[in-house]
Design a protein around this ligand. Structure first.
Ligand code: NAP
Ligand code: MN
Length: 264
């Protein structure tokens, strides 16, 4: 698949006239629309940032594909660089000979021996019951702290503007391959002490969360916008993965321009 001309569209709205117009336009430009994402080398989500996250997840974080997001809303998103009204911009961008590709880091969470899961925004873990949730937090092999509270989330740089930002985490440039660890309502007193602020780990480090018993080993775990169906958990290991999500890089559309247009 050297030539990039097989497009898979990931979308929910089926009967929208604008979407049909988009398909027609793509075909007119010589793209072939495929029904199976495995046959595609371009995967395009139509919806919002949440739809883009689903498109990446449902197509298994493909490394040999270019991803792009088209928003159906009035505003562009952090992953949605194109508006359904102006899709010819996107066709132009993809058909240009030398498109620049932007690469977004992806994290991987290993849960006991139950499997490994990729996340583009974040991995989150929180108490599944009304009581506080306790876990030992290790950075590489160092026991760093014992957390007690609602939970924690570990965000990628592109995920830093999502859930991470709501818990006062920093916004991180996706050119930095790293992980940000943030607390959700930690208990801090003379008995329980955590760092209290978010911290950023270099991409070569590993974060381990060991869940301590006491009826609390049934947390809710989330990968981006999907809940994990695993219920009982003892240990979660989180690292940056060797995968990167490739998207189209446009002029005047750097990460910081997106942050400005979204938040300022
Ligand atoms: P949702 O609950 O509908 O989305 C929450 C909002 O986050 C939506 O406006 C969504 O944009 C936006 N969003 C998603 N990824 C983003 C990113 N990387 N940077 C900035 N904004 C982003 O659920 P969803 O649309 O399926 O998105 C899932 C994400 O929601 C999760 O990965 C998590 O980061 C976030 N979330 C946030 C909170 C919180 O802030 N308290 C709680 C749970 C989940 P669209 O409207 O364009 O989809
Ligand atoms: Mn959404």
């Amino acid at each position: 698949m050297t030539e990039r001309n097989h497009i898979y569209f990931f979308h929910k709205e089926r009967s929208d006239a604008k979407i049909f117009a988009l398909f027609e336009l793509a075909e007119r430009y010589g793209f072939q629309i495929v029904q199976n994402p495995n046959d595609a080398n371009i995967i395009i989500s139509i919806g919002g940032d949440g739809t883009f996250l689903q498109a990446v997840r449902k197509t298994n974080f493909r490394q040999d594909c270019l991803y792009a997001g088209i928003t159906t809303k009035n505003e562009l998103g952090l992953y949605c660089d194109f508006q359904l009204e102006h899709v010819s911009d996107m066709i132009d961008a993809i058909t240009q000979e030398k498109i620049e590709v932007r690469r977004y880091p992806v994290l991987i969470a290993n849960i006991d021996d139950q499997g490994s899961f990729y996340c583009l925004n974040e991995f989150s873990i929180r108490s599944g019951i009304i009581k506080t949730f306790v876990m030992d937090v290790f950075i590489d092999d160092l026991h760093f702290e014992t957390f007690r509270g609602d939970g924690m989330l570990i965000a990628t740089p592109t995920g830093s503007t999502a859930y991470n930002k709501s818990v006062n985490g920093a916004v991180v440039d996706p050119m930095l391959p790293c992980l940000q660890v943030s607390e959700i309502a930690s208990l801090n007193n003379n008995r329980y002490r955590t760092l209290g602020s978010s911290f950023i780990l270099d991409g070569s480090r590993k974060l381990t969360l060991k869940i301590t018993g006491d009826g609390n080993e049934y947390p809710l775990m989330g990968m981006d916008n999907e809940a994990l169906s695993i219920r009982h958990v003892d240990k979660v290991e989180i690292k940056l993965s060797d995968k990167k999500i490739k998207t189209v890089k446009l002029k005047d559309n750097s990460f910081w321009e997106k942050v400005r247009r979204t938040f300022l």
